[in-house]
Every structure is written in structure tokens, then in C-alpha cells.
Design a protein around this ligand. Structure first.
Ligand code: EPZ
Length: 416
């Protein structure tokens, strides 16, 4: 198994260009099952998760072609299967996003209960609540889950939690349902807006994406489109934290700064200088990092996907920081790994209390989910010695050859 080795590095300096967002590319690739003409997606990040969902699409009968860098062409005119292969589904939770499109396009879908990161149980009850409301029959047997509907009829659906995946799955199921569907307490993430924009390009009628109430009017058929994926706000945030933790100076290009307001605000609180214009942000790390508190919340609150990276930063910030994780019930698996590196962290339920230390020590650690892996890279950059990170397939799921970008910024990091 590959490992990533990280040595204590000088302050990172230079510029880095952000790729298309993983969490936008995955639902939009799933939504490509709805189109009956050519679809061209641009700025698609080269990630393991993208490869997996493209295999799922192909297994359903879609034509998937990788054109030049970051461009994928899909044609789902002749999709003829409705069952996704177990081995692909079990690898990645996001494959579950093909259920909504298949249900409304073919009227049936059968898939295995989702796998994915180990960050909590991550149920699918809200997805199923939406499918049932639209008229689908659901049955679960031997770890498989099936949804069937002669036809789907629009309805009003309230999400008990503004689940990103449930909002996306229900939105995709509703675009060809009869009549109007309203999703209340919908997720408002930028990736939801990107998906809605893509669906509307295909000929759907989705209004209100980005607010907590999304209205979808069913249409008969969807065509084709060309669409470029929005930049990855979490990859951008990760490199912003890298500038802070190494007291460096990094210019991050191809960002939508309105998508990363909470990260900008928190970096300023700990003492960074942050300069922003519409598609770039420059972060200069301070001589001394000050402790601060974060509480993860659905968008537009502080993103849970930045929690572990920020915790690495707080481990070496002077004072006591508190992290409250309200989105997932088990997203502190990186704490034990950071403690092996000398961090002083105490967990109390959904809160973690971090006492800043002068410096961390290199240690053999393992990535427990993709953002935790990124946090360990960040901690390794400022730890005495060589930090050895195992299980880096997690990192490759969410970052396109993370070490290449760090090396260009002066980091001493390599894959073995
Ligand atoms: C998406 O996951 C992202 N993944 C996650 O990013 C991200 O952390 C998460 O949204 C929150 O922003 C993709 O977009 C592919 P949720 P998703 O449904 O859709 C509960 C990363 O690092 N819930 O919003 O699975 C669930 O238990 C990944 O890139 C239900 O209770 O997240 C969790 O506590 C990690 N019932 C909370 O909602 C449901 O039916 C948030 O889950 C669905 C979810």
C-alpha cells in the first residue's frame, strides 16, 4: 500500500490552482443518467471517486468517454439496466446518488446499501422519505435496496435535516415526476446550486436551489448540455490552512470566495492576513497563531469538511480552542492520530478541546477519512521529523495527487 511521507517544511509559498469540486462532480455525473443527448462536463477533478461513479454509469449502459484533461462526455440515451454492481456501490456512498435519476428515468432501481467514509452511520432515511413521498415503493433485502414506481407524482417533502445527498437525490427524482415538488429545509450548499444549474441546462425546471426551499416542476424529457464544475471550496480551504499552519504566503486561484466565507473569517480570527477578489484568495500566515473556536454547521455555516484540517491548525495555535461537530456524530477519528503526533486534545461528546502546543512530533499515522488524511499532511508539515501517513487511498478519493500541489509550494512531501 502506498504511503505519503511528510517532513517538516519551510513556510509554503507560491500559487496553487484549485480543481473542480468533487462534491459537485459526483451528483452531476449521477444526474447525467437523466439526459438523452450528449453531455460534456468540464473541470471534472481526476479522483478515485469520479472513476468509480463513471464505472457505475457505464455499468448501467451509459456511454462514458474521457476526453482531454478534466473533460468527460456522457450519453445516457440507451441506459437499460437499473441494478448497480455491489462491488462499486460498496466502495463509495455517493454512488447512492444514482437512485433518484434511475427511479424517474426507468421507474426502478436496485442498489446496495451505501458504503463510504467511516464518519458515522450516515443513514439514508431522508432519501427514502423523499422517494416514498413521490410515490415509490421501497424494499430492502440482504443489504440491497430497491425502489419502484410506475410513475412519480410531485409532493411537498420536509427534510428533518438539511441533508446534501437527500436534497440532491430527491431533486433528481423530481425533475421528471408529474406536477410540482417542493423540498423544505433543503440543503443550501453551493454544490446543490451547481447541480440545479446543470439540471436546468438539461431542460429541467428547478427554482430556489441555494435556499432552504426548492421548487421542481416535472418535465417529460431531458436533453443534453455542456457544463463546467464549480471549484472545490474544500480543496481551496485546505490550501488556505496550509498557508496559515506553515506561516507561509499562498495565492489560491480558481476559487469562488463567497463559498469560503466561514474559512476566511476563521483564518482572520487566528491572525492570518487574507486578501480576496472574485476568483482568487491570498493567505499569509501570522508569526503566532491565536486559538479560536469553530462549530460545524450546514451551509452557510462552517463546513464539516474543513473541521479536521482546522483542528490540525488549532493544535499549534496558542491557547485553548473548541471544535463542535454538529453535522456528523463521529467525525473525530483524526483526533487519536493527531495525539500520536503530540497534540493535546480532549473529546467530550461532539466537542473537542484543543490546547495549543509549541510543536508537533512526526509519527506513523493513518488517514481515517479523506479530510482527516489532509489534516495529517498539514500537521506533518510542521512536525519535527518525517511523518508517515498510511491508508492514503482515502486522500486520493478527494484530492487529485495532493503531494504534487504541495511540492510546488515548497513542501517536503513524497509518496512511497
Ligand atoms: C455530503 O455527504 C458530502 N459528500 C460530504 O463530503 C459532506 O461532509 C456532507 O455532504 C455534509 O456537507 C458528497 O457530497 C459526495 P449529508 P452526505 O446527507 O450527502 C444525516 C467529503 O469529505 N443524514 O448532508 O452523505 C447524516 O447522518 C464528504 O467530501 C440523515 O440523518 O451528507 C449526517 O449526520 C464527507 N439521513 C448528516 O445528515 C439521511 O437520509 C449530513 O449528511 C441522510 C443524511
Amino acid at each position: 500500500m502506498d504511503k505519503i511521507m511528510v517532513e517538516k517544511s519551510p513556510p509554503l509559498k507560491g500559487k496553487v490552482r484549485i480543481n473542480g469540486a468533487k462534491n459537485s462532480a459526483l451528483p452531476i455525473l449521477a444526474a447525467s443518467l437523466l439526459g438523452t443527448e450528449d453531455i460534456i462536463l468540464e473541470d471534472v477533478p481526476k479522483l478515485k471517486d469520479v472513476e468509480i461513479i463513471c464505472e457505475v454509469l457505464a455499468s448501467l449502459g451509459a456511454k462514458v468517454e474521457f476526453l482531454d484533461e478534466g473533460v468527460i462526455k456522457i450519453n445516457s440515451a440507451d441506459i437499460n439496466k437499473y441494478q448497480t454492481p455491489y462491488d462499486l456501490m460498496s466502495k463509495m456512498r455517493a454512488s447512492f446518488l444514482v437512485m433518484g435519476p434511475l427511479l424517474t428515468r426507468i421507474g426502478k432501481t436496485k442498489t446496495s446499501l451505501p458504503g463510504g467514509c467511516a464518519i458515522g452511520t450516515r443513514p439514508i432515511d431522508l432519501h427514502l422519505k423523499g422517494f416514498r413521498a413521490l410515490g415509490a415503493t421501497i424494499d430492502v433485502d440482504h443489504g440491497n435496496i430497491g425502489a419502484y414506481a410506475e410513475k412519480l407524482v410531485g409532493d411537498r417533502i420536509y427534510l428533518d435535516f438539511p441533508s446534501v445527498g437527500a436534497t440532491e437525490n430527491i431533486m433528481m427524482a423530481a425533475v421528471m415526476a408529474e406536477g410540482e415538488t417542493i423540498i423544505d429545509n433543503a440543503a443550501m450548499e453551493p454544490e446543490i446550486v451547481d447541480l440545479a444549474n446543470f439540471l436546468n441546462k438539461l431542460g429541467a425546471d428547478v427554482k430556489g436551489a441555494g435556499t432552504s426551499s426548492i421548487k421542481i416542476k416535472g418535465v417529460k424529457k431531458l436533453g443534453g448540455a455542456t457544463h463546467s464544475i464549480i471549484p472545490d471550496r474544500i480543496e481551496a480551504g485546505t490550501f488556505m490552512v496550509a498557508a496559515a499552519i506553515t506561516k507561509g504566503d499562498i495565492l489560491i486561484e480558481n476559487v469562488i470566495t463567497s463559498h469560503i466565507k466561514p474559512v476566511i473569517a476563521k483564518l482572520r480570527e487566528i491572525g492570518c492576513e487574507v486578501y480576496e477578489n472574485e476568483d482568487k484568495v491570498r493567505v499569509i500566515g501570522p508569526k503566532k497563531l491565536k486559538a479560536t473556536d469553530i462549530k460545524t454547521l450546514p451551509y452557510p455555516g462552517f463546513p464539516t469538511d474543513m473541521q479536521s484540517q482546522f483542528m490540525a491548525l488549532m493544535c499549534v495555535s496558542e491557547g485553548t480552542s473548541v471544535v463542535i461537530e454538529t453535522v456528523f456524530e463521529n467525525r473525530f477519528m483524526h483526533v487519536d492520530e493527531l495525539k500520536r503526533m503530540g497534540a493535546d486534545i480532549k473529546i467530550d461528546g461532539r466537542s473537542a478541546i484543543i490546547q495549543g502546543v509549541d510543536s508537533l512530533m512526526a509519527a506513523p499515522v493513518k488517514a481515517t477519512d479523506l479530510r482527516a488524511g489532509a489534516a495529517l499532511v498539514l500537521a506533518g508539515l510542521v512536525s519535527d521529523g518525517i511523518t508517515e501517513i498510511r491508508d492514503i487511498y482515502h486522500i486520493d478519493r478527494g484530492y487529485d495527487r495532493i503531494e504534487d500541489k504541495f511540492i510546488k509550494l515548497g513542501a517536503k512531501i513524497y509518496r512511497v
